[in-house]
Design a binder for this molecule. Sequence first.
Ligand code: ARG
Length: 459
Amino acid sequence: MAQLWGGRFTKETDKLVYNFNASISFDKKFYEQDIRGSIAHVTMLAKQGILTEEEKVQIIDGLNGICRDVENGTLEITDKYEDIHSFVEANLIDRIGDAGKKLHTGRSRNDQVALDMKLYTRDEIVELDKLVKKLLEVLLQIMKDNTETFMPGFTHLQKAQPITLAHHMGAYFEMFKRDRSRLKDIYARMNYCPLGAGALAGTTYPLDRDYTAELLDFTGPTLNSMDSVADRDYLIELLSAMSTMMMHLSRFSEEVILWNSNEYQFVEIDDAYSTGSSIMPQKKNPDIAELVRGKTGRVYGALMSLLTTMKGIPLAYNKDMQEDKELVFDAIDTTKGCLALFTGMLRTMKFNKARMETSAKNGFTNATDAADYLVNHGVPFRDAHGIVGQLVLYCIEKNIALDDMSMEEFRAISPVFEEDIYDAISMKTCVEMRNTIGAPGEDAMEKVIAQEEAYLISE
Ligand code: ARG
């Protein structure tokens, strides 16, 4: 057991207590951030004359050595230490002796852990953003390739009106674009450096907090030392943003699962992204999409968990807050994994265009357009609605699509119909007529695609 605080104690910590309290098994994840923060702290201490230049150089060399050795596997982070902060400090003292004992001057583990977690989160936000961007790039490519791939658009999971695959993918593009903008907001809001807050009330050393903040690429120092060590808002915000992202991935997964089913056959998931059954030889299961849908619950759980942990904590630091780490680490790893796998699955998925178009035709998705045709020929909309209702009923009985009806059959129900009805209710016309911005019509879609493309270049 290696602790930083034995002086005041006369007895050893109970082994169970030690294990219950220790965080090294998970906070070792941010050893690099811990060392980066310490290097900035020491650089500032030397600038302020609190450490000598020589001590600074010794400490920084020692810290870089630790980082290198952990990375190349020669130094193992073991649970002999209580937490990552103790591990780094103890190893530093082992390496460079007395100068190492000055590292913690003007600092507490409370502001240190607040800093480490922020540095870690900031790095991970960048990684998450890259992954969402990759997904958007795949989506944009599918959109570009499918402005004329007709399919049914659904409401209530009932075929409603014809759209295109580009349009459907474009809906997800918007969702994931908002997810990126949420990440950006969180980054900007959290980007203030807590180091220098001490345990809770700042410190008597003449620290230059602006300088430390600058060294670590923060916008500036945090403005209240109590809040600095007690704030976990940014983690709650990130968990919330990741929950929303997972919700989007989960809805998308649900559609992929449906579309990949025997009944739909709109898509075929690549073999590399499917799994088989141990008993049923014919099966090819969409496990990846199901797992993404399933893992969403885990990320929601982390959000609810941290909100609950934080709700009763008086100012300032309390040990409850150590619970933030496992939750956030797991949620970040889960979300990143899901984003990467989903993107791969989508990129390799085959779209069965003919099947999609047939499905749009068979589902009377052009019924609204048939009614609009009548309206354009002077029939009041309510009457037109009734007439097309009769057409649909007739087709259901005969098991045909509206487009399959003969002219005589059309005219038997309403004499207003002329030859041009076929063109008016063709998939192409139905979609092309919908040309307001945001609609599936090809011209509107091309404009949106250009806009999305410009967005991906600029952000
Ligand atoms: N492992 C602790 C955490 O994650 C570090 C801070 C410890 N501070 C303290 N006063 N015990 O929150």
